[in-house]
Design a protein around this ligand. Structure first.
Ligand SMILES: *[C@@H]1O[C@H](CO)[C@@H](O)[C@H](O)[C@H]1NC(C)=O
Ligand SMILES: *[C@@H]1O[C@H](CO)[C@@H](O)[C@H](O)[C@H]1NC(C)=O
Ligand SMILES: *[C@@H]1O[C@H](CO)[C@@H](O)[C@H](O)[C@H]1NC(C)=O
Ligand SMILES: *[C@@H]1O[C@H](CO)[C@@H](O)[C@H](O)[C@H]1NC(C)=O
Ligand SMILES: *[C@@H]1O[C@H](CO)[C@@H](O)[C@H](O)[C@H]1NC(C)=O
Length: 374
């Protein structure tokens, strides 16, 4: 499919663009039609003519194995590193704790996956239960929004091996934008970016990763137990029919597989990203919009084939307990603070959707007139 080729190109461009310190558009889509997933409708027409300026520009990056040696050298020298010999530039890092003694060559290597949790001290019992569902193959970072960090070490052994980042009254997405830069988390094959209030009785992280890898899911979430907790979308409810599902098509609110959020959709509470998908999603998180509302409806931009590569894992499921811990932080001194937080969430969502629409418009406009629907 031509459109997916262009998306592939766009994503490798985003990666390349990041490395050389230049920003490129992450995806091209035409005007969004309300509720219809752009990749399924007239989107392919945008990518139709391979002789377009954009395509000529992108042609050299189309196939990453065709990157010339010179390009690779450029890519290894990010902005700011021009004065350094390429061989000394370290383009990737990790969130693994090192010891102060011993030979660095004998240090324990970074773990294979990363679990990042936004956490408040009052939810520590559930966070402890969650962490215990993640094996030693995970590095763990806790984002503390309540300023209480050292207490964790007193109660939990695992806490001593976790990274603790503290900033008062900040959201998971605020932390993620600042502390999960793609080049910092590059060693991790999957990044779990979770809320603290998920019930994990029926969840094991290793088994989850195995399923996600086997099904090629670039962005996923565990199914939600329908019997407990608040439910927002039908598609993320756990099914009993199989290991995973990718669509709610045929459900009462989903007549069409291509409609949002019937496919290509996971929620923001417990997303799991592949390394490549995260590289893209990180770019989409806005610096000023801290609640991340609206991101879920745009995750699809970060994979080639959203209907195939985004899905819900039924075999490993969680309970959405819906503890309103962060919203209650709000502006505690004032009346109606959680109401004010909610109002901001909606304002942010509106702003984000506007930015996306505007950016889509701008990208569409840069395409030559010859790109008409065939
Ligand atoms: C793209 O446009 C050029 C010039 O308008 C035309 O010659 C060519 O056949 C078009 N290619 C496709 C695949 O439509
Ligand atoms: C990329 O290039 C290699 C070598 O030229 C080729 O074998 C491969 O099929 C190409 N892949 C795509 C997706 O075009
Ligand atoms: C943490 O969770 C584990 C596993 O559920 C449990 O065995 C342990 O007692 C918990 N620790 C504390 C301090 O509650
Ligand atoms: C989920 O976990 C609970 C508590 O351990 C258990 O009682 C229940 O049978 C599990 N459900 C499934 C479907 O495995
Ligand atoms: C995008 O373009 C359409 C059609 O030109 C216009 O109606 C709409 O207001 C534009 N949206 C934004 C956010 O600029």
């Amino acid at each position: 499919m031509r459109f997916s080729q262009v998306l592939t190109t766009a994503i490798s461009m985003a990666v390349f663009g990041f490395l050389v310190g230049i920003s490129f558009p992450v995806a091209i889509t035409p005007k969004l039609q309300c509720g219809i997933l752009p990749w399924s409708s007239s989107a392919s027409s945008v990518a139709a003519n391979s002789s377009s300026i954009l395509d000529r520009f992108w042609a050299q990056f189309r196939n990453s194995s065709e990157l010339s040696e010179q390009n690779v050298k450029v890519a290894r020298k990010p902005e700011g590193a021009e004065r350094l010999p390429a061989g000394i530039v370290v383009p990737e890092s990790d969130l693994h704790l090192r010891r102060l003694w011993g030979s660095p060559t004998e240090d324990v290597q970074p773990r294979k996956y990363l679990l990042a949790l936004a956490a408040g001290y009052t939810e520590r019992a559930n966070v402890n239960a969650t962490v215990h569902k993640f094996s030693d193959n995970f590095d763990i970072v806790l984002f503390h929004y309540d300023g209480r960090t050292t207490e964790w070490d007193d109660e939990f052994r695992w806490s001593e091996e976790a990274v603790h980042v503290s900033a008062k009254k900040q959201t998971k997405w605020w932390f993620a934008k600042r502390f999960l830069h793609p080049s910092i988390v590059a060693p991790y094959e999957y990044v779990f970016l979770w809320d603290e209030d998920l019930g994990v009785d029926n969840f094991t992280a290793e088994a989850y990763v195995e399923i996600v890898r086997r099904h090629g899911l670039e962005i996923s979430q565990p199914g939600l137990d329908a019997a407990v907790g608040p439910k927002t979308y039908d598609v993320s409810i756990k099914r009993d029919s199989g290991e995973i599902h990718k669509t709610d098509a045929g459900g009462p609110r989903c007549p069409d597989v291509h409609q949002m959020p019937c496919s290509g959709f996971v929620e923001v509470m417990a997303p799991v990203f592949s390394r490549d998908a995260w590289r893209c999603v990180w770019h989409m998180i806005q610096n000023d919009l801290v609640h991340g509302w609206g991101l879920d409806f745009n995750f699809w931009r970060c994979v080639n084939d959203p209907e195939e590569q985004i899905g819900v894992v039924d075999a490993q499921f969680v309970v959405h307990r819906g503890v309103p811990t962060l919203i209650a932080q709000g502006n505690g001194e004032k009346e109606g603070s959680s109401h004010k937080v909610r109002a901001r969430q909606f304002e942010e969502m509106y702003a984000f959707n506007q930015r996306i629409a505007k950016a889509d418009n701008a990208t569409t406009r840069t395409l030559p007139d010859q790109q008409q629907q065939p």
